[in-house]
Ligand binder design. Structure first.
Ligand code: SF4
Length: 309
């Protein structure tokens, strides 16, 4: 007997459901797009190899950062783990466990297990989790459980027929000094018989920003480079609002993602080669550690304050 869905789960299901008409991309057009990107990445890779031994790792965050303010991109604020910053990582790990778990685990069980596993994971979050105070743990668990509850209230039960995969890593190319990398929060479906069936979903807390759609298009592009068949949809799911913002993947959205990605790559390579970074006023000036000595950021803030008055 199928589960009875609440209205939000029903709406999510309808938004992500396949239409009766199969989505099939022209293989020649996709091959042309992929070979154009491959050629450009190869060119940039030669320049990176000549300028640095460190290589260049580009994630969705790095792409947004270099296209935002280059100075901030090169000199970011130091990052600290706190219950608020760790909650997303813990919740994503808990959702990954939920997808593969048999039965119906409670959110608290999933979060506890996620913390246990992350403590031993490589990287700084493990160190922070191992040493966090009891109060930080309480805040972290509460925040992460809140996300899991909202997730399970918003999505229909992810049975095997949805082919759900959480935290799937994608990278392009397979070797060389440049890596375009992504990790999707959740994917449903997979390409079959040349038909685009996969949906890529990013889970968000807080409100929607235009950059979120750019991030999803970047993931769609990586998926296309990986298997030669694009996903059929991308979706940002806003847990606090219980709403998904869904976009059909088209050749135009893929071209737009390719253009943005190569623009970011070009800028990042120029900076590695020694070009002086430019400064660009933007919303992150508000918490930028350089605001005290940055005339561009101060000017941008003054303009914003005038606009808000
Ligand atoms: S204050 Fe703004 S413009 Fe200045 S470096 Fe920071 S982000 Fe860039």
């Amino acid at each position: 007997m199928p589960p009875v869905l609440n209205p939000t789960q029903q709406r999510t299901l309808e938004l992500l459901r396949r239409s009766p008409e199969p989505v099939v991309f022209d293989p020649e057009v996709i091959a042309g797009l992929c070979s154009g990107i491959a050629e450009a990445v190869e060119h940039f890779a030669e320049r990176v190899a000549a300028a640095s031994t460190d290589g260049l790792w580009m994630s969705k965050a790095k792409i947004a950062s270099v296209l935002g303010c280059e100075y901030h991109h090169l000199h970011p604020a130091p990052f600290d783990w706190t219950p608020a910053t760790a909650a997303g990582t813990v919740a994503h790990r808990a959702i990954e466990l939920l997808v593969g778990w048999r039965g119906e685990p409670t959110p608290a069980v999933l979060v506890d297990e996620a913390i246990e596993r992350l403590v031993t994971a490589p990287g700084t979050i493990g160190d922070w989790l191992a040493q966090m105070s009891e109060a930080d743990r309480a805040d972290l668990v509460n925040n992460a459980v809140d996300r899991i509850v909202k997730f399970t209230e918003s999505f229909p039960p992810l049975t095997k027929r949805f082919i759900p995969v959480a935290e799937s890593s994608v990278r392009y190319p397979e070797s060389g000094p440049i890596v375009l990398a992504g990790k999707t929060d959740l994917t449903l479906g997979r390409a079959e018989n040349g038909e685009a069936r996969k949906v890529i979903i990013d889970l968000k807390t807080g409100g929607m920003w235009p950059q979120h759609l750019d991030d999803l298009r970047f993931y769609a592009l990586l998926e296309t480079m990986r298997i030669g068949i694009p996903p059929r949809k991308v979706a940002g799911f806003y847990l606090d609002a219980g709403r998904a913002v869904v976009e059909d993947v088209t050749i135009d959205t893929l071209r737009s993602a390719a253009h943005r990605t190569l623009d970011a790559l070009g800028r990042a390579v120029e900076l590695i080669e020694g070009r002086e970074p430019t400064r660009q006023g933007q919303s992150s000036c508000r918490w930028c550690p350089h605001i005290g000595e940055c005339a561009t950021g101060q000017h941008w803030q003054a303009e914003q304050a005038e606009r808000d008055d």
